[in-house]
Design a protein around this ligand. Structure first.
Ligand code: BG6
Ligand code: MG
Length: 224
């Protein structure tokens, strides 16, 4: 099998931009209004998890349950609050090294896609000015099955016309790493080894990272 990398699929939140802090603030505002609180450590469990599943988990932590109609209202309120932070974002909030890395991929003719659970992905990419880098955008509006299901990454590969074995995913969430492995793709974890140890390898961020060096390292490993 030809294992060269022809496409990179990026998760958004926590890989391209640090929006986890805005999700945390907006969910916490909602929990506080409902009379309970949760910690930043709890918030880790929401990474890569869809809006509705995040709400269900948070309500569980608060020992609350509501009808589907009320839950839709709560999720909408949270999203409006979240978007008020997003609307203030600038290109300065793109994580270090991401733009030079995307430029290197363009120069090398490596295809670029987004594979995110967020329904706000297009808004965020436009807000920080990098939407034109992405040839395919698979987000929470397009997938039925959230991570760790491989659906989103497989859709991205198919839209790019590249087989999964030639795709490399960048992910910061354990569930996202699982999804990429289930899609039989290469996966580099962005964050800490202790959280993302099942990835092919883990790096803290994109700062000073070169695609060619990453590809070489990955190709020396066997696809798991
Ligand atoms: C993921 C985030 O990328 O998107 C989750 O890691 C978030 O924290 C999910 O819940 C859905 O995001 P949104 O923008 O559709 O509410
Ligand atoms: Mg993420």
């Amino acid at each position: 099998m030809n294992q060269e990398i022809k496409a990179c699929i990026f998760d958004l939140d926590g890989v391209i931009v640090d929006t986890a802090k805005y999700h945390f603030t907006a969910w916490r505002n909602l929990a506080n209004q409902l009379g309970f609180d949760f910690t930043e450590k709890d918030n880790e469990k929401l990474k890569g998890v869809s809006r509705v599943d995040s709400l269900n988990l948070i309500l569980q932590w608060g020992g609350l349950n509501f009808s589907d109609n009320i839950k839709t209202e709560l999720a909408t309120d949270k999203n409006e609050d979240y978007l008020s932070y997003i609307q203030k974002m600038t290109a300065a909030e793109i994580l270090p090294g991401v733009v030079p890395f995307l430029n290197e991929l363009k120069e090398l003719n490596i295809k670029i896609a987004l594979g995110s659970a967020s329904k706000n992905a297009v808004t965020i990419l436009k807000q920080v000015g990098i939407i034109d880098y992405f040839e395919a955008i698979i987000d929470g509006t397009k997938v039925v099955n959230g991570k760790p299901h491989p659906e989103g990454f497989l859709m991205a590969a198919s839209e790019l016309g590249i087989v999964p074995a030639n795709c490399l995913v960048f992910e910061d969430a354990p569930k996202g790493v699982q999804a990429a492995l289930a899609a039989k793709m290469f996966v580099v974890g962005i964050g800490k080894e202790e959280d993302l140890g099942t990835a092919h390898f883990v790096m803290a961020d994109f700062e000073k990272k070169k695609f060619k060096a990453i590809e070489e390292k990955l190709l020396s490993l066997t696809l798991r």
